[in-house]
Design a protein around this ligand. Structure first.
Ligand SMILES: [Fe+2]
Ligand SMILES: [Fe+2]
Length: 274
């Protein structure tokens, strides 16, 4: 089976890129399952119910979140009725919503989708490793789940790599989100888990992390309060990873970085393709 994971959608350019390109990709690439991080989908901050519904209509089987989960307060309410929307599993007990969900892929496979948040240079939540252990033990690969996708939402690449090796052989894909910058360490770990430290973002790359450049640059020059950060408004790109999974084991057979759209280089120079 084939999966596509897309990194954090930032504002309207990211949403439009998903709506314009994903339905065709689902068919052309024969994708069985698509997971998208939507934590910045609403004007760069959080997600609304209408936007979540749009992403699902465009072809997302599940939508994951992160430190911006609750920036749109309505998410605290509608997450209870939207079982395809997943927030970090290591929020304290009693937090609305769920940290994992099982979706049925197009080929009928049961796919466990887990979201956790790192603790290095981030808000201190419960232990993300214990949370992953709990979610994967409740729905083990090869027993209850036919495939497992883990979105590790974190700042530090060391913590993300630790998550990859911690779950190696128990997840189909461990992919990082949150930094909005795609890393070029796409690979399959020794136990068969596909891995990339950060999926990158879906949004306008002529920006700073998807936001208009002027205010972030100014903040580095002058330490004074300024304007609100606003998403950039140019054409958005898609960024993430595509994985081919062995139906028998649920482990990865192949993994590729996906970068589609303006301002992002292709993975190979054009003279390599002639
Ligand atoms: Fe983000
Ligand atoms: Fe984030």
């Amino acid at each position: 089976m084939r999966f596509l994971f897309l990194g954090d959608i930032v504002g309207r350019p990211g949403r439009i890129a998903v709506q314009d390109r994903l339905p065709r990709l689902r068919d052309q690439w024969k994708l069985d399952c698509v997971v998208i991080n939507g934590e910045n989908a609403a004007g760069g901050f959080g997600i609304t119910e209408a936007i979540c519904d749009e992403l699902i209509a465009a072809g997302a089987d599940a939508v994951t979140l992160g430190n911006h989960s609750w920036d749109q307060r309505e998410a605290l309410v509608f997450i209870e009725r939207q079982d395809r929307l997943v927030r970090p599993a290591n929020y304290p007990k009693g937090t609305p919503g769920r940290g994992a969900t099982v979706v049925e892929a197009r080929n009928g496979a049961r796919v466990l989708v887990v979201n956790v948040m790192g603790r290095i240079f981030m808000e201190a939540l419960d232990d993300p490793f214990a949370a992953m252990e709990r979610e994967l033990s409740a729905c083990p690969l090869g027993e209850v789940a036919d495939a497992v996708i883990v979105d590790f939402h974190a700042e530090a690449t060391s913590e993300k790599q630790a998550a990859g090796y911690f779950l190696d052989g128990r997840a189909s894909l461990v992919v990082g989100t949150h930094t909005h910058v795609p890393t070029s360490d796409t690979r399959i770990l020794p136990g068969g888990t596909a891995y990339q430290s950060d999926a990158g973002m879906c949004g306008d790359y002529d920006s700073i992390l998807g936001m208009q450049k002027e205010e972030p640059v100014r903040r580095f020059l002058q330490k004074t309060p300024g304007a609100r950060l606003e998403p950039a408004t140019g054409e958005g790109s898609l960024s993430g990873v595509a994985v081919e999974i062995d139906d028998a084991t649920g482990l990865a057979k192949a993994v590729w970085p996906v970068r589609l759209g303006p301002h992002l280089s292709e993975a190979v120079p054009p003279w390599a393709q002639g």
